[in-house]
Design a protein around this ligand. Structure first.
Ligand SMILES: *Cc1c(COP(=O)(O)O)cnc(C)c1O
Length: 374
């Protein structure tokens, strides 16, 4: 058996406790209110948070759902994606993005990522589109949106193929001044606890300006039900718990402030790493984009050695994502080979995410920065 080294970590990779301590009073009150009214499913907090989220993003409709994965699934069901269809996405993302396509019997078609932003490369998108393409699903990896303007332009040129933004990591970011989840036909996000805006369990949301699609997704969220005990279409149980909506409300109130703090931490990391180590690639935020820094990810050729060195200094780090989706055993049937997506594969081999959250102390930030200058 491989020997496991145990390190004493000076900071947590994901710290949810400091935020909780800050807003514990409001969260407790909100939870108590739900327990008092007892409407655990689709209670008043659900529509309250949906209204606030729609306003935050700047779209007509927001529906909260059971998870980020279910948000994507509901979006694809609403577009009628099924067997024989293709959905174009990236191999460098969390499994959910491609999983939901395959679950519906459709085929995920991958395009490589851009070498700077690590998001879908719009230059490669055109060649991946066929007459079977039912949707395009760009992902905003690590916190900055994909090149949605370019992707939208290509979709329009090809007859208006629907674009679904997987914004599970970039919710709250902007692309040419517009909030993530507002630019494409449907935007999907996740409130998994460790995402930039997280609840205390599973949760997610879908966003759209299209009233017809919003109604359809609302129906899919409750078993395809149109009116009580009348089910014209197939749906699922895709609702978010009232308790999670209640918890999200006080968190949404401080979200922008937390994003600003994440941006400050990222700027300090980048400055420290750039001034000390020319061999490490720091994250690149494209012109016209802002990032919410779901992850602060660097590329290092000697990634595994760097991870050990960081751990020795008490700094946890994680490789998101060391194995790209086209090389995952579950997608073997798609017929992709090693070498098919060279940028994805290089980034997967070299990526290392450092601890980032709005509540890192100066001492913690300095500890990370110092590791790179020694
Ligand atoms: C987290 C994540 C999801 C899935 O969200 P869940 O709420 O965990 O289901 C989907 N796509 C991306 C890119 C993610 O990071």
């Amino acid at each position: 058996m491989r020997k496991e080294f145990r390190f004493y970590f000076f900071m947590e990779f994901i710290d949810l406790k400091t935020q909780q301590a800050r807003i514990k009073g409001e969260i407790d009150e909100r939870i108590a209110a739900v327990l008092a009214h007892g409407r655990y499913i689709m209670g008043p907090e659900v529509s309250e948070v949906e209204q606030q989220l729609a306003e935050y993003v700047g779209v007509e409709h927001c529906l909260t759902v059971s998870s980020g994965t279910d948000a994507l699934l509901i979006a694809l069901i609403a577009l009628g994606v099924g067997p024989g269809d293709e959905v174009v996405t990236v191999p460098y993302t969390w499994i959910s993005t491609a999983e939901v396509i395959a679950l519906l019997g459709a085929k995920p078609v991958f395009v490589d990522i851009d070498e700077h932003t690590w998001n879908m490369d719009p230059v490669l998108l055109g060649a991946a589109i066929s007459d079977k393409t039912k949707a395009i699903m760009p992902v905003g990896i690590y916190g900055q949106p994909a090149n949605l303007r370019e992707i939208q332009a290509i979709s329009e040129k090809r007859g208006g193929i629907p674009v679904i933004e997987d914004a599970a990591q970039c919710f709250g970011s902007t692309h040419h001044g517009r909030k993530s989840c507002s630019e494409t036909l449907i935007g999907c996000t996740s409130f998994f606890p460790s995402k930039p805006l997280g609840c205390y369990g599973d949760g997610g949301a879908v966003f759209t300006n299209d009233s017809k699609i919003a109604d359809l997704m609302r129906q899919i969220r409750v078993h395809g039900q149109k009116s009580k005990h009348f089910h014209p279409i197939l749906g699922m149980n895709g609702r978010m718990d009232t308790l999670q909506a209640a918890i999200l409300l006080p968190k949404l109130a401080i979200f922008d402030e937390e994003i600003a703090k994440r941006q400050q931490v990222a700027a300090r990391y980048t400055e420290a790493i750039r001034s000390s180590s020319s061999r490490i690639v720091t994250p690149f935020v494209a012109d016209g984009n802002t990032s919410v820094w779901a992850q602060y990810t660097i590329l290092a050729e000697a990634r595994d050695r760097l991870r050990e060195a960081l751990a020795t200094d008490g700094i946890p780090s994680v490789s998101y994502y060391a194995m790209p989706l086209h090389l995952q055993p579950v997608f073997e049937n798609l017929g992709y080979q090693k070498g098919d997506f060279p940028v994805t594969e290089r980034v997967a081999d070299q990526c290392l995410s450092l601890p980032i959250n709005p509540y890192l102390s100066d001492e913690e930030i300095n500890t990370v920065c110092k590791t790179f200058s020694s």
